[in-house]
Design a protein around this ligand. Structure first.
Ligand code: ZN
Length: 184
């Protein structure tokens, strides 16, 4: 199966969240998919972020992480997800925040001299997210469990991407309703 980094996969509204969202259905061990498990797919991510990411103007053209920095990017990715997901759920803790700040610091020590490297830019994006003044804009998509920043004017976005997850949820409700009506 060929995979491509389509605009939908950059629905997070921030580079740090798009990186976290390289894991789909994170909380579901049976259906969970890690797009970065394939290094070829992972190395194609920066070009996709440069085309479709919400912060592309801010970070410019990004470069893949070096092979020896991959484990560090994974650690940063997981720390981003843990902290911000807990925040949305009202379960944030100082330890999760400290874990994220440590992962950011480790990334900057390792790759900070390469500002265009994906891991450096992801660390900077996470710092911007930490400082953003309206935490209620951070949400979890009820369909795919992605984190996203709702940049809409009235903060009314329910799905990471209405055209994909919103429609799937509608179709699923319709399917279940029909089955109930026609069922035994
Ligand atoms: Zn979604």
């Amino acid at each position: 199966m060929t995979f491509s980094w389509t605009p939908h996969r950059f629905s997070g509204g921030a580079l740090a969240l798009d990186v976290a969202n390289s894991v789909v259905l994170r909380g579901d061990p049976e259906r969970r998919i890690d797009r970065f498990a394939d290094p070829v797919v992972m190395d194609a991510f920066p070009a996709g972020a440069g085309r479709h990411g919400a912060e592309r103007a801010l970070f410019g053209s990004l470069e893949p992480v070096r092979e020896d920095a991959r484990a560090g990017l994974f650690a940063l990715r997981e720390a981003i997800d843990r902290h911000f997901r807990a925040e949305v759920l009202g379960q944030g803790t100082p330890a999760l925040l400290a874990g994220l700040l440590e992962a950011i610091a480790a990334t900057l020590r390792r790759s900070g001299t390469r500002p265009q490297a994906l891991d450096t830019a992801t660390a900077r994006s996470a710092l911007l997210l930490l400082a953003q003044p309206e935490p209620e804009r951070l949400k979890i998509c009820p369909n795919c469990h992605w984190l996203f920043l709702d940049r809409s004017r009235n903060r009314s976005r329910a799905w990471c991407d209405m055209a994909v997850c919103g429609n799937r949820a509608k179709a699923s409700r319709h399917y279940h309703r029909n089955r109930e009506e026609k069922g035994p």
